[in-house]
Design a protein around this ligand. Structure first.
Ligand SMILES: [Zn+2]
Length: 201
């Protein structure tokens, strides 16, 4: 039915998002069509405005109108770089308000099973920016998953060529408020390995 082509087009647009199946796409499309005009206008405006968002060629972060919120912020120290897999992970550090250095966002993790190799994520650009930089520490903050670990290990190997740069990895451990007997084996093993001394004479 030709008169429903626009609805069909909307459903197909939602389906292009990863993890969205036919049913979910249909639900989202109809919810949009049934929403108030103001809500619809807000959505349309928000979608239009993402045209101004690109990725920073230096650190891989999202940036608006070509200005990176991290690289262009002169109040940040250029001596440390936190390496994360995704932009949302960098934002988690930002929320702490205790880190004032730079970021490098890989936009993925090395995953042989998914066919994601070193050159498919922002690893080459990390080494590009280290050339002649003032970096004193690289903090590897990829997720404590198999893919995140593989990625951190790979980067730390490459960083051996830069002995002047300290390479650190986030500590593994138990979540605050957790109970030991509920922790999985890997978390408990990592927490034991990463134990720190509390009485220093
Ligand atoms: Zn940047």
């Amino acid at each position: 039915m030709e008169q429903f082509d626009t609805i069909e087009q909307l459903i197909n647009a939602f389906r292009k998002l990863p993890g969205v199946g036919v049913k979910s796409a249909e639900r989202m499309a109809y919810q949009m069509l049934d929403s108030k005009k103001e809500t619809r206008d807000e959505m349309i405006e928000a979608l239009r405005s993402i045209e101004t968002i690109t990725k920073c060629p230096t650190c891989g972060s999202y940036q608006e109108n070509g200005i990176c919120p991290f690289c262009n912020d002169e109040s940040r120290s250029d001596e440390t770089i936190v390496v994360t897999s995704f932009f949302k992970d960098a934002l988690a550090f930002e929320k702490l308000k205790t880190y004032h250095g730079l970021y490098h966002i890989l936009n993925g993790s090395i995953s042989p099973s998914k066919g994601v190799g070193v050159n498919d994520i922002n690893i080459p650009s990390l080494f590009e920016r280290l050339k002649g930089s003032n970096t004193k520490e690289v903090i590897l903050a990829t997720n404590p998953t198999l893919e995140g670990e593989t990625t951190a290990l790979y980067i730390s190997k490459l960083l051996e060529k830069y002995p002047q740069i300290k390479v650190t990895r986030l500590a593994y451990g138990l979540p605050m408020g957790a109970q030991l007997d509920y922790a999985d084996e890997l978390t408990l093993t990592k927490a034991l390995e990463g134990r720190s001394e509390i009485r220093k004479d």
